[in-house]
Design a protein around this ligand. Sequence first.
Ligand code: PLP
Length: 396
Amino acid sequence: MIYLDAAATAPARREVLEEMWPLLTATFGNPSSHHAYGEAAATHFSRARSRVAGLLGCRPSEIIFTSGGTEADNLALKGIALAAPRGRHVVTSAIEHPAVLEALAYLRTFHGFRVTIVPVSETGLISPAALAAALEVGTTLCTLMYANNEVGTVQDIPALAAVCRSAGVPFHTDAVQAAGWLPLDVDRLGVTALSISGHKLGTPKGIGLLYLRAGTPCEAVLHGGGQERGRRSGTENVAGAVGLARALELAHGALPGAADTASADRDVFSGAILDGVPGSILTGDAEHRLPNLASFCFPAVSGEAVLLELERRGVICSSGSACAAGSDEPSAVLLALGLDEETASTAVRFSWTQDTPPEDLRQAADAVVAAVGTVRSLGTVRSLGAARSPGALTDA
Ligand code: PLP
């Protein structure tokens, strides 16, 4: 099988698991315990924090380990908004992950926040001018993702963050898909907060982090034993934190070469599909895009049918984002990019890791051309369900 659904989750990397193993079996103590096992675990945990901070160019105390990207997004948005609710107004875009949009829906429903949605271009880019126009005097917080998980468009985070900085508005970015491929230096990016998830990078599921700039007021979301300096209670996932440090070091140590290679492979892969499948559309931005993701619409065929046919041919991919799994509505991200419901319903996404051999992409491209041909010849056209409004959160 050729696995091309790394944006949903990636296999754990051997080097990561090898570094985690002793922390699960020998040095397995609770870092809060006042004995040798606890102290040894605390030392490893603190080293992992320093290693991650080194990669992000921040202080160790600015890293809060979480259970993953969803928790990091929730902590950033609810935590910052509830600590400083001035204005009760947040700014975001329609192409954010549900971990962001649903956290904002919660703030709106239960805490009276207004949410302004900044428009995106048809390739998914957000302009600094559009962001500036969405800010108000006293806006509480802005959150815009670094790289989109469905189409791979990469935002100019330094420019967007600068707009917020000059307006005095805290700026959070969801870097879950960007981590491992794009620069993460938080000062260069100019962000107040940034979320990362381990399982997209080769750790087991259950670890992530929030970078939170020193001095940013943030309410805890999880209450309990006061770990992470009171900002995130719960017994620390020492092995996970060490694994995340290793996974980030491995991925970022291979940059920029790995990103250049993956981008070149991506372009060959995309070119073969665009040439081989008449009418196919590559979604997202042609220039500003993730090296490891390519998403297509194949008009007049069901994305789901292509997915099944590809699996039969040994290629695993996704018909949209796994996070919207269970829903057969067209992707809200693609609708926000201006695609009609029928075209959006034909989306198929391919995503890979730094370890994916280029040969897999070549074989997969051939399989895609053949699979779409088979599905088209069978005449499997998707029947449309009810549309989801991309502007459902807009009330300002
Ligand atoms: N943000 C983005 C952009 C994602 O792609 C994902 C997962 O797909 C998440 C957040 C959620 O991360 P996690 O699965 O670690 O909760």
